[in-house]
Design a binder for this molecule. Structure first.
Ligand code: 5GP
Length: 116
């Protein structure tokens, strides 16, 4: 992503690209991942494009990071049995492809299934 271009997530937030939005508040949006890696795979995204990854978010706005984690828990409760994996890929070498901080919420659907 060039520094001057909005991230793909900013384009979703702006309504320029469709997404299956499951949560929308003043500072956070969440939508289903386009290529799910688990029965429930949501992306929880601060609307600001200011932070590239979770380390920048933690240093720059810890309250927003806490809000993001609370949102992840709320969504896991709503979409599964409440247990979830919270993943922040950090850096290209770790698989990060979108440099607009986001949390992956990965969960089984409940019903006794568990993540592999
Ligand atoms: P990363 O690899 O940066 O941790 O995660 C980026 C995630 O965004 C990937 O899991 C990818 O499937 C998802 N993704 C990329 N483009 C889109 C899109 O246009 N819509 C949605 N819903 N998810 C996307």
């Amino acid at each position: 992503m060039a520094e001057t271009e909005p991230s793909i997530f900013s384009r979703i937030i702006a309504g320029e690209i469709p997404a299956d939005v499951v949560f929308d508040s003043e500072r956070i949006i969440a939508f289903r991942d386009i290529a799910p890696q688990a029965p429930v795979h949501l992306l929880v995204v601060p609307k600001t494009e200011q932070y590239r990854d979770v380390t920048e978010l933690a240093a720059g706005d810890p309250e927003l990071l806490a809000e993001l984690v609370a949102t992840a828990k709320r969504l896991a409760d709503e979409h599964s049995d409440g247990d979830f994996r919270l993943v922040f890929n950090t850096g290209a070498g770790a698989g990060q492809t979108v440099f607009h901080v986001h949390a992956h919420v990965l969960s089984a659907n409940g019903g006794g299934h568990s993540l592999q």
